[in-house]
Design a protein around this ligand. Sequence first.
Ligand SMILES: [Ca+2]
Ligand SMILES: [Ca+2]
Length: 345
Amino acid sequence: MGWALALAWLVAACGGATDENALPRSATDFAATATCETPRSLPVYIEGGSFIMGSDAVYAEEGPPRETRVDGFWIDPHEVTNRQFAEFVDATGYVTVAEKPVDPAQFGVPVEQIPAHMLQPGSAVFTPPDRPSRNYADWWDYVPGASWKKPYGRQGPDAVPDQPAVHLAWEDMQAYAAWRGGRLPTEAEWEYAASAGAPDYVEQPDAKSANSWQGVFPVVNEAADGFKGIAPVGCFAPNGFGLYDMVGNVWEVTADFYRPGHDPQTRDNPRRASENDAYDPLNPGFASRVMKGGSYLCAPNYCQRYRPESRQGRDPGLGASNVGFRLAYDGKAPPPTSSSNSRKE
Ligand SMILES: [Ca+2]
Ligand SMILES: [Ca+2]
């Protein structure tokens, strides 16, 4: 969501009253303590090929499906973890957008109309409502102090090393990619890698295949898959290319600008690389990027987006507790990895 939009719905949702000393319910209820064996972090080479990109089975913004060609590339086998992001921060001293002072000018309204807590550094944290709702303002809170290091806010637990890094802005992901020697995948690359040659489906993946939401979102979280919220990377079965959590856990931002629907004329390594192509009906003031693959918040009654074809717009500025990323790499040789990246080799 964008800042202006965030202001509108957060004010509508809570009147600007957030107790920054209270532990968000999402922290006590949603912070996973389970561990899994961390999978190999060495990037996987995806041979070039053709596939049917897009779908017309569920949501209009995913179509039309058309045969699409993608050149070969390398991709991380799992979402970028807090351990990996910490290596970058330790080496560079980088400070993320969610940790920096907030510029009131970006709200576009007089400063006295901005709730005080939204002028503090922070990010959007999923906080389940206590009653049924279909209004996302009821489950997103702007939490001061929330960042990749403190995913639930100042009073919450520290980031878990093997969980995906979240609460990152576009420029944070770009900075990490530049340091690591990679880049964000295009939407076509990501979807090709996620589908891994398997047939399309519309049903929710089973509890061993993806961290999604079992039960009636946003109030009944049965967690039949073992996780109410985010999971460490690699707790679920890999796809046919050996990639983990492509259709669950956290959404993953790609390099392409977002607009609803695919251009049927672009079938060879398609890109939406121009900001002029960007249009997000839910966030029209911002040039959103495409994010892919659903998250632990996707449930059949609300968000059937636990599929390779699923796509939504992601505001470049404000992070959220269910959005992360993974890197792609060019070239024939395996890309460089850090020491801890290859510790399980
Ligand atoms: Ca789950
Ligand atoms: Ca994911």
